[in-house]
Design a protein around this ligand. Sequence first.
Ligand code: MN
Length: 199
Amino acid sequence: DLPYKYNALEPYIDSTTMHIHHDLHHAAYVSNLNKALEKYPELYKKGVLELIQNLNELPADIQTAVRNNGGGVYNHSFFWKIMAAPGTAKMSPHMEKVLIENFGSVDAFKTEFEKAAVGRFGSGWAWLIKDSAGKLRIISTPNQDNSLMPNAEVKGKPVLTLDVWEHAYYLKYQNKRAAYAKAFWNVVNWTEVEKLIGE
Ligand code: MN
């Protein structure tokens, strides 16, 4: 379930998009992941995080299905969690300081993140991740990949993400992905992001 109402992110992310995105797209990843595991019922015991972190150890015939659908399950659950109703989870002075330390300024951080979102060719995600040295980095991944997968170009712990698949924004923003990325700042759950960075 979403951690808020379908219309909670209005007007920046509309209720209809949230219904379609959560009830149809996200649900399809869940159902297709379950289908992929049918041949290997012992894998149902593992959580989705454990499955995607150990993709290369899974039976070869389901690796792609688990990468795409397990990634889809993990990424969407994470995405819902790092958003909140406008104005309800603002950036704290400490969070601001962390972004300044890592990116020079909050504006520089936002510009770089938006660039990653807009620059991702085709479908994928923009991310803020914390690498093994504790440094924050902005990356993007294709399809349903993320920085926890063993094949990731850049590895690290996700702390913020933006879904840039067209299904995430097309109804409201059509081809204007940049406008969607800018509007996203109004619904970021900075309390959650700060907590994830601190963990
Ligand atoms: Mn999506």
